[in-house]
Design a protein around this ligand. Structure first.
Ligand SMILES: Cc1cnc(Nc2ccc(CC#N)cc2)nc1Nc1cc(C2CC2)[nH]n1
Length: 321
């Protein structure tokens, strides 16, 4: 791997100092806002193509945070090869800001489908397809020693909401290169999605992202946030006690394989949690589409047929072949 200052030199060489406004027109509403960032839709004048411009302040609370932004750029650069991480198009710098010109995911945050009522909410089949994409993207990051540390429905975007498109993982503002960190000093991430080891100031790892994915899939399937309490302290207590509602009520119409998948991730001990690669091999994500037996093939044995693809709960017997 390149040396640290090798990466910084490489990135600095691609930062443009011409005025952003000469090449892009800001259009429509603000797409999102973080503590030190605002994201606006824009159009590249030369091509008419839509992008999302992320304006990041270089100085925050009186300290120079330019290196933090270079870290985010470095991760986006490294992930250019992966289809499920949002693409970085260009970078501009002004006296006060760095401007990341990012691929525009027109479908917005999957958060909206998580809280939608029935007909707009995800089906289990939708979640299986999107979960495979999320795990593929996260497995790529983890193979490259990057942990995201803020995986939540607000940071998983869709290329299109209807018809349901593909996911894009965004916001590497809290991400870390695993080679560098061991302990975390302050609690990072968003309370509902942080792993227990964050709350006990233990070393974080790629397993920290896997816990957040467990919470994310739980929310996508049930519309409920498993650890949400009336306030931050209650949420943290729910997480550290790992008390989770797996009741039939909450998981009505959802397969037992899906519940088993979530249970493999919401495990207190980080070393016992499934990895992204293991998640991709879980039966829930590998149930083969159900082929109806061909009555003319006498040799077909019922047991050789794979799991039905429908989200029928296990208890209902499969219709006789
Ligand atoms: C239609 C749309 C609607 N809502 C958001 N929300 C959002 C969520 C997280 C962050 C946090 C970040 N980064 C910024 C905005 N992004 C959208 N499109 C984007 C947004 C982007 C890039 C990531 C900014 N491409 N396409």
């Amino acid at each position: 791997a390149m040396s640290k200052n090798g990466i910084v030199t490489k990135i600095n060489s691609r930062i443009r100092t011409e005025p952003f406004g000469a090449y892009y027109e800001l259009v429509g509403r603000e797409l999102g806002r973080g503590k030190f960032a605002v994201v606006k839709k824009c159009v590249e004048k030369a091509t008419g193509k839509q992008y999302a411009a992320k304006f990041l302040r270089k100085r925050r609370k009186g300290t120079d945070c330019r290196m933090d932004v270079l870290n985010e750029i470095a991760v986006l650069e490294l992930a250019k090869a992966n289809p499920y991480v949002v693409d970085l198009h260009e970078v501009y710098e002004t006296s006060t800001e760095l401007i990341l010109v990012l691929e525009c995911a027109a479908g917005g945050e999957i958060f909206n489908q998580c809280v939608a009522d029935n007909d707009e909410a995800f089906t289990e089949k939708d979640v299986i397809r999107l979960a495979k994409q999320i795990l593929t993207g996260v497995a790529f990051l983890h193979r490259n020693n990057v942990v995201h540390l803020d995986l939540k429905p607000q940071n998983i975007l869709l290329t299109s909401a209807s018809p349901l498109g593909d996911i894009r993982i965004v916001d590497f503002g809290l991400s870390r290169r695993m080679d560098k960190i061991t302990e975390v000093r302050e609690i990072l991430g968003t309370p509902e999605y942080v792993a227990p080891e964050i709350l006990s100031y233990e070393p974080i790892s790629t397993a920290t992202d896997m816990w957040s994915i467990g919470v994310l899939i739980y929310v996508m399937l049930t519309g409920e946030s498993p650890f949400l309490g009336d306030d931050k302290q209650k949420t943290f207590l729910n997480i550290s006690q790992v008390n989770i509602d797996y009741s039939q009520d909450t998981f009505e119409g959802i397969s037992s394989q899906a519940v088993d998948f979530i249970k493999s991730l919401l495990v207190k001990n980080p070393r016992k949690r499934a990895t992204a690669e293991e998640g991709l091999n879980h039966p829930w994500l590998n149930s083969h589409p159900h082929q109806h037996p061909n009555p003319h093939l006498h040799s077909v044995k019922a047991s050789s047929l794979d799991e039905p693809e429908t989200s029928q709960s296990e208890s209902e017997p499969e219709s006789p072949a």
